[in-house]
Design a binder for this molecule. Structure first.
Ligand SMILES: [Zn+2]
Length: 421
């Protein structure tokens, strides 16, 4: 009997499992783009065999919230010197006058490559659909097709200026559904009135059901403790039975609600089981700008939501644009910041933060059926220079190998430090 021949064999890995704190020793065999076998000391040969030397094998990172249409524009046409959301909006208004299909596509692909080289193989990006020509949306839909062999990209139709902010916007967001956006977005706290905000949420649920799409709403991204659209999103999710298909992004005002209201709301949220998306890098810099001291952290109640069993995943939000000029696309940076800002420093809490950039993100994006290192699944995985989740987070470990659908997509050499004294 001959031994099996695979396309790719990964020897001596430490395989991370969703619900186990410690990884397990295993070889992983890949054939026809899929995981063919997982076991210690697998028999067989392969066209390419890699000795992982005990390094950590993880499912790929998931970026749950980014704006690829504005990525890599920091400093164009000028830098955001005040650092505020409002100066950012003014700068973007000027920059988007120059937006072309090629401009959007070139920057989006460049950003996706940077993300992929750092182990991100699933990305949800918002596309501003407040412009009559829908150039940002069309550009990202083209990119979704162009990168599909190595990256799963979801596109959200995001009405940056509100669905009722100007007369054409409601038609534009429905047109975005017809053109094929995966997800419908919203920004109720930026509508002209509270009533418009509530109405916009009802309209989003109507359209999502009409076109069978997911929902991801920029919700209460403000320090105003009276911004209470999350309760409306949650109520719509309960009544439509749409819970796990709904995500509330940011919800930073939740961090400012009084406890009596916050704990009542937590109970209601358990009924819907909606997803939460948290963007700690940008919210720690944008929120609390109008505070004197003590200054708020501008983050939703991550630890409490996690303790209630809610699904939480993470995003960069911005990579080098007028709202956040930093950012590299590295999801370990995002989780690292979250650990600090949400004070989730217990060992199991830090492990949970790692899960927020992996398995939880797959749940948010509703891609669990193609995610995870199991026999028969698409062979998409990463190898980190780490021994476990904590080590990966503490050192923001280098991603040594990125394998997408069975292909070796990227590799990185480890930096060499030498003591010279
Ligand atoms: Zn955003």
């Amino acid at each position: 009997m001959s031994t099996p021949a695979y396309a790719l064999l990964l020897r001596n890995g430490r395989l991370l499992k969703a619900n186990a704190p410690e990884p397990i020793a295993a070889d992983i065999a890949i054939a026809d783009g899929k995981i063919a076998a997982i076991a210690p000391n697998l028999p067989g040969t392969a066209q390419l065999e890699l000795d992982l030397e005990g390094k950590l094998v993880s499912p790929p990172f998931v970026e749950s919230h980014v704006h690829l249409d504005s990525a890599l524009t920091a400093g164009e046409p000028r830098w955001n010197e005040s650092g505020t959301l409002f100066e950012g909006i003014e700068i973007w208004r000027d920059r988007k006058q120059d937006l072309t299909l090629e401009d959007v596509k070139q920057r989006a692909v460049e950003t996706l490559k940077q993300q992929a080289m750092q182990g991100v193989l699933f990305v949800r990006s918002h596309a501003d659909v407040s412009e009559a020509n829908l150039v940002a949306l069309q550009g990202l839909l083209d990119v979704r097709e162009a990168v599909k062999d190595w990256m799963t990209l979801q596109v959200v139709a995001f009405p940056q200026d509100g669905i009722y902010g100007s007369p054409q916007n409601e038609g534009l967001i429905e047109e975005a559904m017809r053109l094929g956006a995966d997800v419908i977005g919203g920004i109720p706290h930026y509508e002209l009135t509270r009533e418009d905000g509530v109405r916009s949420i009802h309209r989003i649920f109507e359209l999502a059901q009409k076109y069978d799409r997911l929902i991801d709403i920029h919700c209460d991204e403000i320090d105003d403790d009276n911004s209470r659209f999350l309760e409306v999103v949650n109520a719509c999710a309960i009544r439509s039975n749409y819970g796990s298909k709904v995500s509330a992004s940011h919800t930073t005002a939740f961090g400012s609600y009084n406890n009596a209201y916050a704990y009542k709301l937590l109970g209601f949220l358990r009924r819907s089981q909606i997803n939460f998306i948290v963007n700690p890098l940008i919210n720690i810099t944008l929120q609390g700008r109008l505070d004197s001291y003590p200054k708020r952290r501008g983050l939703t109640r991550v630890k409490e939501l996690w303790q209630q069993g809610m699904n939480i995943s993470l995003g960069h939000d911005c990579v080098q644009d007028c709202w956040y000029s930093l950012g590299t696309g590295n999801m370990l940076d995002v989780a690292f910041m979250l650990i600090h800002v949400s004070q989730m420093t217990g060992r199991s809490e830090m492990d949970a933060c790692y899960n927020m950039v992996t398995w939880n993100g797959a749940k948010t994006l509703d891609v669990e059926n193609q995610y995870g290192i199991e026999v028969g699944n698409p062979a998409s995985l990463i190898v980190l220079d780490a021994i476990d989740r904590f080590d990966a987070l503490r050192r923001r470990s280098t991603v040594r190998y990125v394998i997408s659908k069975g292909n070796l997509l990227a590799s990185t050499e480890l930096p060499q430090m030498q003591w010279r004294a």
